[in-house]
Write a protein that binds this ligand. Structure first.
Ligand SMILES: [Fe+2]
Ligand SMILES: [Fe+2]
Length: 246
Protein backbone atom coordinates (compact mmCIF):
# COMPACT_ATOMS: atom_id res chain seq x y z
CA UNK A 1 0.00 0.00 0.00
CA UNK A 2 1.11 3.56 -0.75
CA UNK A 3 2.37 5.67 2.11
CA UNK A 4 -0.74 7.16 3.72
CA UNK A 5 0.60 10.69 3.40
CA UNK A 6 0.58 10.44 -0.39
CA UNK A 7 -3.10 9.50 -0.51
CA UNK A 8 -5.88 12.09 -0.74
CA UNK A 9 -8.11 12.74 2.26
CA UNK A 10 -11.17 11.65 0.27
CA UNK A 11 -9.54 8.37 -0.73
CA UNK A 12 -8.43 7.67 2.85
CA UNK A 13 -11.99 8.07 4.16
CA UNK A 14 -13.31 6.01 1.25
CA UNK A 15 -10.90 3.19 2.07
CA UNK A 16 -11.36 3.42 5.80
CA UNK A 17 -14.28 5.46 7.03
CA UNK A 18 -12.87 5.59 10.57
CA UNK A 19 -10.30 8.06 9.20
CA UNK A 20 -13.12 10.64 9.27
CA UNK A 21 -12.90 10.72 13.06
CA UNK A 22 -9.21 11.67 12.92
CA UNK A 23 -9.81 14.30 10.24
CA UNK A 24 -12.63 15.81 12.27
CA UNK A 25 -10.35 16.04 15.27
CA UNK A 26 -7.75 17.97 13.26
CA UNK A 27 -10.36 19.89 11.27
CA UNK A 28 -9.10 18.48 7.99
CA UNK A 29 -11.89 18.87 5.43
CA UNK A 30 -12.20 15.51 3.62
CA UNK A 31 -15.41 16.25 1.71
CA UNK A 32 -15.34 19.55 -0.23
CA UNK A 33 -11.54 19.85 -0.03
CA UNK A 34 -10.85 16.13 -0.05
CA UNK A 35 -8.76 15.96 -3.20
CA UNK A 36 -5.53 17.03 -1.43
CA UNK A 37 -2.96 14.49 -0.26
CA UNK A 38 -2.65 14.07 3.49
CA UNK A 39 0.78 15.66 3.32
CA UNK A 40 -0.42 18.76 1.42
CA UNK A 41 -3.48 19.17 3.64
CA UNK A 42 -1.40 18.95 6.83
CA UNK A 43 1.18 21.38 5.47
CA UNK A 44 -1.42 23.95 4.47
CA UNK A 45 -2.96 23.81 7.93
CA UNK A 46 0.34 23.84 9.82
CA UNK A 47 -0.24 20.34 11.24
CA UNK A 48 2.42 17.77 12.03
CA UNK A 49 1.99 15.21 9.25
CA UNK A 50 3.85 12.48 11.20
CA UNK A 51 1.49 12.82 14.13
CA UNK A 52 -1.65 12.65 11.95
CA UNK A 53 -0.24 9.73 9.91
CA UNK A 54 0.50 7.78 13.08
CA UNK A 55 -3.08 8.20 14.30
CA UNK A 56 -4.39 7.10 10.90
CA UNK A 57 -2.19 4.02 10.86
CA UNK A 58 -3.87 2.87 14.07
CA UNK A 59 -7.29 3.28 12.45
CA UNK A 60 -6.16 1.37 9.36
CA UNK A 61 -4.69 -1.43 11.47
CA UNK A 62 -7.85 -1.74 13.54
CA UNK A 63 -10.00 -1.52 10.41
CA UNK A 64 -12.36 0.93 12.09
CA UNK A 65 -15.46 2.01 10.20
CA UNK A 66 -17.60 4.88 11.42
CA UNK A 67 -20.81 2.98 11.09
CA UNK A 68 -19.72 -0.40 9.89
CA UNK A 69 -20.96 0.06 6.32
CA UNK A 70 -18.96 -0.92 3.26
CA UNK A 71 -19.77 2.11 1.11
CA UNK A 72 -17.11 1.31 -1.44
CA UNK A 73 -18.92 -1.85 -2.54
CA UNK A 74 -22.49 -0.64 -2.00
CA UNK A 75 -24.65 -0.42 -5.13
CA UNK A 76 -25.47 3.16 -6.13
CA UNK A 77 -29.22 2.81 -5.56
CA UNK A 78 -28.56 1.49 -2.04
CA UNK A 79 -26.06 4.28 -1.41
CA UNK A 80 -28.61 6.92 -2.49
CA UNK A 81 -31.19 5.36 -0.14
CA UNK A 82 -28.65 5.20 2.66
CA UNK A 83 -27.87 8.91 2.23
CA UNK A 84 -31.57 9.80 2.30
CA UNK A 85 -32.48 7.64 5.28
CA UNK A 86 -29.39 8.39 7.33
CA UNK A 87 -28.33 11.93 6.43
CA UNK A 88 -31.27 13.72 4.78
CA UNK A 89 -33.67 12.60 7.49
CA UNK A 90 -31.21 13.76 10.14
CA UNK A 91 -31.00 17.21 8.51
CA UNK A 92 -34.81 17.39 8.30
CA UNK A 93 -35.16 16.40 11.93
CA UNK A 94 -32.54 18.85 13.21
CA UNK A 95 -33.31 21.92 11.09
CA UNK A 96 -36.40 23.09 13.04
CA UNK A 97 -34.93 22.09 16.40
CA UNK A 98 -31.70 23.98 15.76
CA UNK A 99 -33.49 26.97 14.26
CA UNK A 100 -35.36 27.27 17.54
CA UNK A 101 -32.26 26.80 19.69
CA UNK A 102 -29.91 29.14 17.80
CA UNK A 103 -32.62 31.82 17.74
CA UNK A 104 -33.40 31.38 21.42
CA UNK A 105 -29.81 31.82 22.57
CA UNK A 106 -29.32 34.76 20.15
CA UNK A 107 -32.41 36.48 21.62
CA UNK A 108 -31.36 35.81 25.21
CA UNK A 109 -27.60 36.36 25.07
CA UNK A 110 -26.98 38.20 21.80
CA UNK A 111 -26.38 41.50 23.52
CA UNK A 112 -23.49 40.13 25.56
CA UNK A 113 -22.30 37.71 22.84
CA UNK A 114 -23.09 39.31 19.45
CA UNK A 115 -21.61 36.36 17.54
CA UNK A 116 -24.71 34.40 18.56
CA UNK A 117 -26.87 36.70 16.43
CA UNK A 118 -24.64 36.12 13.42
CA UNK A 119 -24.59 32.36 14.07
CA UNK A 120 -28.41 32.28 14.13
CA UNK A 121 -28.51 34.17 10.82
CA UNK A 122 -25.97 31.86 9.19
CA UNK A 123 -27.76 28.78 10.48
CA UNK A 124 -31.02 30.10 9.06
CA UNK A 125 -29.34 30.54 5.68
CA UNK A 126 -27.69 27.11 5.80
CA UNK A 127 -30.92 25.38 6.82
CA UNK A 128 -32.82 26.99 3.91
CA UNK A 129 -30.12 26.13 1.38
CA UNK A 130 -29.78 22.53 2.54
CA UNK A 131 -33.53 21.96 2.45
CA UNK A 132 -33.69 23.17 -1.14
CA UNK A 133 -30.56 21.21 -2.05
CA UNK A 134 -31.88 17.91 -0.67
CA UNK A 135 -35.17 18.43 -2.48
CA UNK A 136 -33.27 18.56 -5.79
CA UNK A 137 -31.21 15.49 -4.93
CA UNK A 138 -34.24 13.47 -3.90
CA UNK A 139 -36.46 14.52 -6.79
CA UNK A 140 -34.06 14.81 -9.72
CA UNK A 141 -30.58 13.44 -9.17
CA UNK A 142 -31.12 10.35 -7.02
CA UNK A 143 -34.08 9.04 -9.10
CA UNK A 144 -31.90 9.44 -12.20
CA UNK A 145 -29.07 7.51 -10.54
CA UNK A 146 -31.52 4.74 -9.63
CA UNK A 147 -32.73 4.64 -13.20
CA UNK A 148 -29.14 4.21 -14.42
CA UNK A 149 -28.69 1.32 -11.99
CA UNK A 150 -31.94 -0.27 -13.23
CA UNK A 151 -30.81 0.18 -16.85
CA UNK A 152 -27.51 -1.53 -16.03
CA UNK A 153 -29.20 -4.40 -14.21
CA UNK A 154 -31.96 -5.09 -16.70
CA UNK A 155 -30.33 -3.86 -19.94
CA UNK A 156 -33.78 -2.41 -20.67
CA UNK A 157 -33.54 -0.09 -23.67
CA UNK A 158 -36.29 2.18 -22.33
CA UNK A 159 -34.24 2.98 -19.27
CA UNK A 160 -30.96 3.60 -21.09
CA UNK A 161 -29.64 7.19 -21.13
CA UNK A 162 -29.78 8.80 -24.59
CA UNK A 163 -27.38 11.68 -23.95
CA UNK A 164 -25.07 12.88 -21.19
CA UNK A 165 -27.13 14.49 -18.46
CA UNK A 166 -25.70 13.90 -15.04
CA UNK A 167 -22.54 16.05 -15.00
CA UNK A 168 -24.22 19.44 -14.86
CA UNK A 169 -26.65 18.75 -11.95
CA UNK A 170 -23.71 17.15 -10.11
CA UNK A 171 -21.64 20.27 -10.70
CA UNK A 172 -24.43 22.36 -9.17
CA UNK A 173 -24.71 19.99 -6.19
CA UNK A 174 -20.95 20.20 -5.60
CA UNK A 175 -21.03 23.99 -5.67
CA UNK A 176 -23.86 23.91 -3.13
CA UNK A 177 -21.84 21.54 -0.96
CA UNK A 178 -18.95 24.02 -1.05
CA UNK A 179 -21.29 26.79 0.01
CA UNK A 180 -22.72 24.69 2.87
CA UNK A 181 -19.17 23.83 3.98
CA UNK A 182 -18.25 27.52 3.99
CA UNK A 183 -21.30 28.51 6.04
CA UNK A 184 -20.57 25.75 8.54
CA UNK A 185 -16.94 26.84 8.77
CA UNK A 186 -17.99 30.40 9.44
CA UNK A 187 -20.30 29.19 12.22
CA UNK A 188 -17.48 27.11 13.68
CA UNK A 189 -15.13 30.10 13.71
CA UNK A 190 -17.72 32.45 15.21
CA UNK A 191 -18.46 29.91 17.94
CA UNK A 192 -14.76 29.51 18.78
CA UNK A 193 -14.87 25.92 17.60
CA UNK A 194 -18.22 25.33 19.34
CA UNK A 195 -16.78 26.29 22.71
CA UNK A 196 -19.31 28.15 24.88
CA UNK A 197 -18.09 30.64 27.50
CA UNK A 198 -17.91 29.46 31.10
CA UNK A 199 -21.11 31.28 32.06
CA UNK A 200 -23.13 29.77 29.17
CA UNK A 201 -26.57 28.46 30.09
CA UNK A 202 -27.74 24.95 29.19
CA UNK A 203 -29.50 26.07 25.98
CA UNK A 204 -26.35 27.85 24.85
CA UNK A 205 -24.25 24.70 25.45
CA UNK A 206 -26.87 22.49 23.84
CA UNK A 207 -27.02 24.68 20.76
CA UNK A 208 -23.23 24.53 20.29
CA UNK A 209 -23.21 20.74 20.79
CA UNK A 210 -25.91 20.40 18.15
CA UNK A 211 -23.92 22.55 15.73
CA UNK A 212 -20.77 20.49 16.31
CA UNK A 213 -22.60 17.22 15.68
CA UNK A 214 -24.35 18.68 12.67
CA UNK A 215 -21.05 19.63 11.09
CA UNK A 216 -19.67 16.12 11.59
CA UNK A 217 -22.74 14.60 9.99
CA UNK A 218 -22.61 17.10 7.12
CA UNK A 219 -18.99 16.20 6.32
CA UNK A 220 -19.81 12.49 6.18
CA UNK A 221 -22.92 13.18 4.11
CA UNK A 222 -21.05 15.33 1.58
CA UNK A 223 -18.17 12.86 1.46
CA UNK A 224 -20.51 10.03 0.41
CA UNK A 225 -21.95 12.18 -2.36
CA UNK A 226 -18.86 14.03 -3.66
CA UNK A 227 -16.39 11.19 -3.41
CA UNK A 228 -18.47 8.07 -3.99
CA UNK A 229 -21.98 8.49 -5.36
CA UNK A 230 -21.31 11.28 -7.85
CA UNK A 231 -18.10 10.02 -9.53
CA UNK A 232 -19.49 6.47 -9.71
CA UNK A 233 -22.78 7.72 -11.21
CA UNK A 234 -20.90 9.75 -13.85
CA UNK A 235 -18.86 6.66 -14.71
CA UNK A 236 -21.97 4.47 -14.95
CA UNK A 237 -23.75 6.95 -17.23
CA UNK A 238 -20.70 7.17 -19.51
CA UNK A 239 -20.45 3.38 -19.72
CA UNK A 240 -24.15 3.00 -20.53
CA UNK A 241 -23.94 5.72 -23.19
CA UNK A 242 -21.04 3.92 -24.82
CA UNK A 243 -23.00 0.72 -24.85
CA UNK A 244 -20.45 -1.07 -22.69
CA UNK A 245 -23.12 -3.40 -21.38
CA UNK A 246 -24.83 -4.14 -24.69
FE1 LIG B 1 -27.46 14.91 0.21
FE1 LIG C 1 -25.73 16.95 -1.40
Amino acid sequence: MKNLREITLAELVTQQSGAAVIFEKYQLDFCCNGKRTLEDACKSQGLNVDEVTEKLEVIFRKNTKFIGEDFQNMSLDKLADYIMFKHHSYVREMVPVMLAHTQKVADKHGEKYPNLVKIAELWHELAGELTHHMFKEENILFPYVKRLVAAYRTANEVLMPRQPFISSPIEVMELEHDRAGELMKEIRELSNNYTPPLDACTSYQLSFNELREFEMDLHRHIHLENNLLFPKAIKLETELLHGVFN
